[in-house]
Write a new protein. Sequence first.
Length: 310
Amino acid sequence: MPHEPRLQTLRDAVLRVGRHAVEYGNGVATGTPDARTITLHTYRPAHATAQSPVVLVQHGVMRNGDDYRDFWIPAAEEHGLVIIAPTFSDAQWPDVVSYNNGNLLATTDRAALADTAPTTAPEAWSYTVVTRLVDDLKAAGVLADQPLYLFGHSAGGQFVHRLLSVLTPGVFTQVAAGNPGWYTLPLLDLPFPEGLSGTPADADSLARLFAAPLTILAGDQDTETHDPHLPSEPAALRQGPHRYARALNYFATAQAEAARRGLPFAWQLHTVAGIGHDGEAMSAVCAHLWFHHRLPDAAQLAALAGRHTA
């Protein structure tokens, strides 16, 4: 049993049956400018065990981690999963810079970013909040050798693929990004967030990235070009007119770069028929893929289609 109050609070939250929410801060000294917290929205089914898989779920632009946790409850009940949705509030983590883009950039001035991408200290990144959470789950005794999954949709899809690209942690059994608005291309000569220049990424980490168990889930109806939440800066538009096209471009760019470097490439791309920009539907699709090892059939996809939930 952990003796540190923070770890005990985390342990209690994860082991409680049902829906819960707890404020959580992990490892940055209280009183510093970066002493920000997140809320963990958790769900544990009554039949979960010490070996139940843990799924971390990243919300979209609405910062609605409670909804995203709830999207995964049917899968949690069916497969005995423990769901944890780390939720970054607008109040403490405002805008795309601090959440989607990891709080890496010390400036948002585009002229200043033309030649380089100045970065803040890693302990201030939103990505390291999640990797420290994984460390704390282990220290609290609730994560050992059971599978650990990471899923994100929309802005959360931006978050999880960038986390994987910048930090390349080897702790996840599977990672899935559903319908991101745009992507950080696995290219070392483009400035972040369009590429990886200015981040810790290098040739060695690219090899780890291309070998990582990353899945891109792309709804073939996610083709809106005037969505106010669709990134429309020139770098994003260079990747395609809408989210579906950008997903195809991202995968093709990564596949070509891995081949150019002679590196193994383990990623998957799944076009999801009939699904648009829908976090609930993509959560169900991802759970089906991970735990039934295939996409839902046509009838199941048709039942999921027709909604729009960021």
